[in-house]
Write a protein that binds this ligand. Structure first.
Ligand SMILES: NC(=O)C1=CN([C@@H]2O[C@H](COP(=O)(O)OP(=O)(O)OC[C@H]3O[C@@H](n4cnc5c(N)ncnc54)[C@H](O)[C@@H]3O)[C@@H](O)[C@H]2O)C=CC1
Ligand SMILES: NCC(=O)COP(=O)(O)O
Length: 338
């Protein structure tokens, strides 16, 4: 296992980020969670621990390398910037802290000082108000790695199902125009490579959904399956990738069908995220594929409605930390650092 810590961004301090980070630290021994360091926000985390009367000492560190030594006795937090803890009351100051933390945690990974970045939830609309210009963190991370926004691919992964939305944060009305054979081939290729590199699946099986009801019903309910999706599947197969479909999306997530693939490539956000969250909400991980760095995140959002109430389940954050650690170990082994 790599000795470098995982870097966690705080997320929006008005959301459930602080409480699930603290809960994950408290579970570190029981759940065998790799050492992590939070990028900034020591005051906010200290106040959150106090608000829940949790025994979570916060220790500020100046270097990420110090985090692994601290992790057993205290939650290590990188010194540098801070803010307040006001659960359920999002404001621009909190959004600014969330952005600073995201930028710093990402930099730790791109500089090689952290083995992966794990992001706590942010509210994209609020972040935009303080200068965030990307649709989401998935695209921000690609840019931080010096790649075009569309180089990164979002995958939602739980114990039961993995699913990739091929189009993500866009109006549903634009999905059909945004889909192209090239986009499906590129994202399918990135997904297949990442499942091999980071998840150890030698020959991943990709099941591709249709866009329309009944995958178009022989053209009666739409033509994207024949015009755009089937040619992409043929091109992926030609590259030696085990892709099949297009399948009617309504039946693809049944237990019978799930046994036959490693990942579903879905045409739009909700087609992919609804089944993963319905099946695995408290263990669902959002993982970014196609980058030189590893990034995971819990599948859920800021949950402003329950922040500060002690209702947040830390399971998805713990799963994100565990998955990041496993992917980092796999990359480290592949580089001969085992
Ligand atoms: N990875 C990220 O940074 C993500 C951020 N978001 C952002 O979060 C904000 C709120 O989005 P919503 O659609 O309301 O989704 P949400 O996931 O924040 O909340 C949906 C529902 O699930 C509940 N919930 C969420 N996480 C929970 C947990 N760990 N334990 C117990 N209950 C939980 C909430 O209380 C709420 O009722 C948006 O601004 C969105 O941009 C949404 C998804 C992912
Ligand atoms: N619905 C997933 C989501 O909003 C997470 O997006 P990102 O910030 O990880 O790109």
């Amino acid at each position: 296992m790599s000795q470098r810590p995982l870097a966690i961004s705080l997320g929006d301090p008005a959301g459930i980020g602080p409480e699930i980070i603290i809960a994950a630290w408290l579970a570190r021994q029981d759940r065998d969670i790799p050492a992590f360091v939070v990028a900034g926000g020591a005051n906010a985390l200290r106040k959150a621990a106090r608000a829940f009367s949790l025994d979570c000492p916060i220790e500020e560190v100046t270097e990420p390398a110090a985090a692994s030594g601290v992790f057993g006795r205290a939650l290590p937090v990188l010194r540098g910037f801070d803010g307040d803890y006001a659960p359920s009351a999002p404001d621009p100051a909190g959004a600014k802290l969330a952005l600073q933390s995201l930028e710093r945690a990402t930099q730790l990974a791109t500089d090689g000082d952290a083995s992966a970045v794990v992001t706590a939830p942010i509210a994209k609309g609020l972040l935009e108000q303080v200068g965030f210009t990307h649709p989401g963190q998935t695209e921000f991370l690609a840019a931080a790695c010096g790649l075009p926004d569309d180089a990164s691919v979002m995958m939602l992964a739980g114990p039961t199902l993995r699913a990739v939305p091929l189009t993500v944060h866009c109006p549903l009305a634009q999905v059909a125009q945004l889909l192209s054979t090239e986009l499906i081939v590129e994202r399918g290729r990135t997904t297949a490579n990442a499942l091999t590199r980071d998840f150890g699946i030698a020959r991943p099986r990709l099941a591709v959904t249709g866009l329309n009801p009944h995958a178009g019903e022989y053209g009666k309910f739409g033509h994207e399956e024949a015009d755009v999706i089937a040619p992409a599947i043929a091109a992926l197969k030609k590259e030696g990738i085990d892709a099949s479909g297009p399948y009617p999306a309504d039946a693809l997530f049944s237990p019978h069908s799930r046994a036959g693939f490693d990942v579903a490539l879905c045409m739009y956000h909700d087609q992919a995220l609804i089944p993963v969250k319905a099946l695995d909400f408290d263990q669902g991980v959002n993982v970014t594929l196609g980058l030189p760095i590893i990034r995971t995140s819990p599948d859920h959002g800021t949950a402003f409605d329950i922040a500060g109430h002690g209702l947040a389940n830390p399971g998805a954050m713990i799963a994100a930390l565990t998955m990041a650690g496993e992917c980092a170990a796999r990359r480290s082994l592949a580089h001969g650092n085992g």
